[in-house]
Design a protein around this ligand. Sequence first.
Ligand SMILES: NC(=O)c1ccc[n+]([C@@H]2O[C@H](COP(=O)([O-])OP(=O)(O)OC[C@H]3O[C@@H](n4cnc5c(N)ncnc54)[C@H](OP(=O)(O)O)[C@@H]3O)[C@@H](O)[C@H]2O)c1
Length: 217
Amino acid sequence: MRIGVLGTGVVGKAIGGKLVELGHEVCMGSRSAGGEAATAWVAEAGAGANEGTFSDAAGFGELVFNCTPGMHALAALGQAGAENLAGKVVVDVSNSLDFSQGRPPTLAICNTTSVGEELQKAFPDARVVKSLNTMNAGVMVDPGAVPGDHVVFVCGDDEAAKDEVRSLLGEFGWPAERIVDVGGIIGARGTEMWLPLWLELMGSLGTAQFNIALVKA
Ligand SMILES: NC(=O)c1ccc[n+]([C@@H]2O[C@H](COP(=O)([O-])OP(=O)(O)OC[C@H]3O[C@@H](n4cnc5c(N)ncnc54)[C@H](OP(=O)(O)O)[C@@H]3O)[C@@H](O)[C@H]2O)c1
């Protein structure tokens, strides 16, 4: 599959690298083509990896991952171009952490909305699915890095889009029974608002390699 990955940070690199390893073709997008992070990633990932602008990556992908900061996701997807996102599954991995007032960060978008919802509103022809934002980048693409039956959430208004994402998550190593459907894109609020606790836990546990496990009666 051809996949666009918007974002050159640790998440874009982890997801892009895993997708290439799985045999997908990936274009990593950035605010400008030829940047240091993206070109280094292409050299490392090898055949199947290329890079360009956000617009190049979104145009290339049959499916697009948003791996940009939640606070800037609307701008990044705006640069990607609504026409390049129309009809496509957009997997939103972002969180709206705002470090401008120092630590701990606040959530710039929360309570009555979420990044996932705002993206769906701004790009109504895209099929936004929120997923993977509740864990560290390494765990996203290597669930075996954490022992136990921990889970990954998916939510979105388009059922077929969620099925496509479930399938990719399966390729990443997530067993179907550990992919938990939270419902419509409104569910993104809850998954994004877990971040303040995630950050505190990272401090107290002394590691980012942990995740949520659910127990149901
Ligand atoms: N780090 C994790 O383990 C983790 C886990 C779960 C979720 N997340 C979420 O995943 C997303 C990506 O995180 P990350 O740490 O990989 O990368 P990041 O540093 O949050 O984002 C890097 C990307 O954002 C772009 N960007 C920065 N400012 C921008 C702006 N004003 N307008 C448009 N684009 C802008 C950069 O563009 P250029 O390439 O042009 O510089 C770069 O491609 C974030 O929302 C984060 O909260 C991260």
